[in-house]
Design a protein around this ligand. Structure first.
Ligand SMILES: [Zn+2]
Length: 169
């Protein structure tokens, strides 16, 4: 079997014909290709052959979406958790699971602590946003004890790339 590293360097490869915004940088891709190759060697009973290039392309797309580090971590976890060479969809599941666990751990380590002067994170304010004087019309607004906690949580979720951030996650 042709080495996947060689494959990636082959000018005629489908992988090298992609537009640059759909591809990792050369160095990042080389690292991913090397890891994929090493992984394939760890699953010697599974004949991957030509499909290895397609799997690598799948990992590359995931790396563009979640970052190379997240893909690398998920691939390494697969070594101890999966009997079969991980399909990109399984790597996606592993990355999403890791992100969920990280969020839960963070929520446990940094729970919302009510400031004591709001009502379950809400406080009444006048129309102009100043604290309600107790007379006349008012609306409810999230208390800063809650919004600052929310901001902390968002800021420390797993590394995600600009595409997901742009999607409002
Ligand atoms: Zn509060």
């Amino acid at each position: 079997m042709e080495s996947i590293g060689q494959l990636a360097r082959t000018q005629g490869s489908a992988l090298t014909r992609r537009p640059s915004d759909e591809r990792l940088s050369g160095a990042e891709f080389a690292k991913l290709a090397t890891l994929t190759e090493q992984m394939a060697a760890a699953y010697p009973h599974q004949e991957l052959g030509e499909s290895l290039e397609v799997l690598l392309r799948g990992y590359e797309l995931l790396a563009l979406e979640f970052g190379t580090l997240a893909v690398r971590d998920a691939l390494e976890r697969a070594l101890t958790h999966q009997k079969f060479f991980p399909h990109p969809s399984e790597i996606r599941e592993a990355i999403e699971m890791a992100a969920k666990q990280a969020r839960e751990q963070q929520a446990a380590a940094d729970p919302w602590v009510p400031c004591g002067s709001c009502m379950d994170s809400w406080r009444p304010v006048n129309a102009d946003g100043t604290p309600w004087d107790g007379h006349g019309p008012h609306r409810m607004q999230r208390c800063s004890c809650f919004t600052s906690w929310q901001r902390r949580r968002k800021g420390s979720s797993l590394p995600v790339d600009h595409k997901r951030k742009a999607a409002g996650e």
